[in-house]
Design a protein. Structure first.
Length: 219
């Protein structure tokens, strides 16, 4: 098990600026988000390693041009208003040919597997868009999730419903990270493949406590 070093804020305190990835973790499992972002616990497994490999093409900062788009890789982004920070895998922008100013932008999030039934990827992508809107002064209509397993892109529209869900998730995440203890473990479908399963031990949550030494009555 890897214990990540404490940040300058120290152990046991919620982060002042929340990492973008924490929203994804929180929607997937609030307990996982707490263990990673409050207690600094992280464990790799085959899924996290494959995910890192899928990000290999966009983890090195740089840019290139394709079909009228400028592709910005590993772009640091933030929002002072929301208290978020992180890195966008890829941001595609169109610039004004005369002034060079950005006319349009869309974030692209890389994922190793196919589209999933949970909405955590869409919320993470929307949070990136909210950061970019603040940084660039633009309204961003939508973005893309690139699935490495199928080499296909899923389009995500940043409508009002998704924006409200994203901001609500951020508020719930802040409440969770401010708690002195992690949320209780619950065995659920998300536990399959979770790298923290051996730390979280969700199977133990439903076990009946056994008192080894019952008090006896003596005559």
């Amino acid at each position: 098990m890897e214990q990540r070093p404490p940040s300058e804020r120290g152990w046991g305190s919620p982060p002042e600026r929340i990492p973008l990835s924490a929203l994804n973790h929180h929607l997937y499992c609030a307990r996982r988000a707490y263990l990673i972002h409050r207690e600094g616990v992280f464990v790799d497994n085959e899924h996290t390693v494959l995910g890192n490999l899928a990000h290999g093409a966009v983890d090195t900062p740089g840019f290139e041009h394709r079909a009228g788009w400028e592709l910005l890789r590993a772009l640091p982004i933030f929002s002072d208003i929301l208290g978020l920070s992180g890195k966008a895998d890829l941001v595609e922008v169109r610039r004004d040919s005369a002034s060079g100013g950005i006319l349009e932008a869309r974030p692209v999030e890389y994922k190793k597997g196919p589209a999933r039934r949970w909405i955590n990827d869409q919320v993470q992508l929307c949070a990136q868009a909210l950061c970019l809107e603040e940084m660039l002064g633009l309204h961003i209509e939508g973005g893309l999730v690139f699935h490495a397993a199928s080499a296909r892109r899923t389009e995500v529209v940043f409508d009002e419903t998704l924006r409200v869900l994203t901001q609500g998730t951020l508020e719930a995440l802040r409440v969770t990270l401010a708690e002195p203890v992690a949320p209780a473990a619950v065995l659920k479908p998300q536990c399959d493949g979770c790298s923290l399963r051996g730390v979280c031990l969700p199977e133990a949550a439903g076990l009946r406590r056994v008192r080894l030494f019952e008090p006896r009555e003596y005559a």
